[in-house]
Design a protein around this ligand. Structure first.
Ligand SMILES: [Zn+2]
Length: 367
């Protein structure tokens, strides 16, 4: 997240994904508790269906089927909704946690159905979310932190931002960790934006149509989002890779990765109401996307190949390897992966696989 141009909002995602330090009482359930799906109203998405745990006169915001997924206060207590008092305006922690549960559940299902991954950490056990309006966060570790936007004070719990925050957990949990410095920090933030829009598109909420804007809710930033993936420069972030990236603020340094992902998924001129996306240096002259789901598979495959101290160059090489693994060396997906990198000024790297692989020969004709 970012509060305003150039100033980073700390993402208090604690190192590691263990949940051992969570207060033990927080997850306590009795034998009579059961899974139930309720309709609830969050802060940003309007009415949503969320899976919760019924317990006496309350609905505990504990996901009954996606292990570890719950929404807690900073003291570790799971937020519960009284059955006779549905959350509405004024009950900020309730409505923010409804947004968080909705986003975490849609993301879990997206990871399973589109990317073949078992929860953000990949081990079938999610980290708990904490909503803390003060922004300080709890003293225990292993949580995914949510708070208010510094500007305006609305909960930073739009669907894409929930996908973004849990997306950090995906990145942390793939090989190589998070690295240090602003270039790898930019890739860390851009990866989370990618998981945010993947979640947005998977959910396809009728009142919140999927797009490639991050943090686009009127109550967050007014008429502008936090980031434009198809054209980061609309907010002054770089569209194209350059030697300045290692000294660029991390959310801005995500610009070329976000831009690459849009070009890979949608192309430069997708039409159909989707925005056009500029191509750095005018090369390639035309670029057709492969769809967000396939783009997501390639990006996930790249993350599986991540090594310590990740860079744009390494991400390019890894994504080409992933595209070949998924679609074959002679595939259009391989060529478009490379073309989209060229379109954000990340050029071919030494040791990068070729897309000019052999194509299967047609089956013999005849009887
Ligand atoms: Zn972030």
């Amino acid at each position: 997240m970012r509060s305003s141009k150039g100033s980073a909002v700390a993402v208090a995602l604690a190192a590691g994904i263990g949940v051992a330090a969570v207060p033990a009482q927080a997850d306590a359930r009795s034998a009579t508790d059961g899974p139930v799906t309720i309709t609830a109203t969050g802060h940003h998405n309007g009415q949503v269906r969320i899976d919760v745990t019924e317990s006496g006169e309350n609905y505990l915001l504990i996901d009954p089927t996606r292990p570890g997924t719950r929404c807690a206060t900073p003291n570790g207590r799971t937020v519960s909704i009284p059955k006779d008092r549905p959350p509405g305006p004024g009950s900020e922690t309730f409505t923010a946690c409804v947004d968080i549960m909705y986003g975490a559940q849609r993301q879990w299902d997206m990871l399973r159905d589109w990317l073949g991954r078992s929860g953000p950490p990949g081990n079938g056990r999610n980290a708990p979310a904490v909503y803390d309006p003060s922004g300080r966060g709890p003293i225990w570790g292993g949580y995914v932190m949510f708070g208010r936007m510094p500007t305006g004070g609305a909960p930073a719990t739009t669907l894409d931002l929930v996908g973004h925050q849990f997306g950090h957990l995906v990145y942390q949990s793939t090989p190589g960790g998070t690295g240090s410095g602003n270039e790898s920090g930019g890739l860390f933030e851009g990866a989370s934006d990618i998981f945010g829009v993947l979640t947005d598109h998977y959910a396809d909420h009728p009142q919140n149509r999927p797009n490639y804007l991050i943090g686009d809710s009127p109550s967050l930033m007014g008429d502008r989002p936090l980031r434009y993936m198809y054209n980061p420069s609309l907010l002054g972030d770089p569209n194209c890779y350059s030697s300045a990236i290692p000294s660029t603020e991390v959310h801005a340094a995500a610009g070329p990765l976000n831009h690459w992902f849009y070009l890979l998924a949608e192309g430069a001129n997708p039409g159909g109401g989707k925005p056009s996306s500029p191509v750095c240096g005018g090369d390639p002259a035309a670029l057709t996307g492969i769809g967000i789901r396939q783009a997501g598979r390639i990006f996930m495959g790249a993350l599986q190949r991540k090594t310590a101290q990740w860079s744009y160059a390494k991400t390019r090489v890894a994504s080409v390897a992933a595209a070949i693994d998924l679609f074959g060396p002679g595939s259009a997906e391989c060529a478009i992966t490379k073309a989209a990198w060229r379109a954000v000024s990340v050029q071919e790297q030494p040791g990068e696989a070729s897309c000019a692989g052999s194509t299967p020969s047609p089956a013999p004709a005849g009887p």
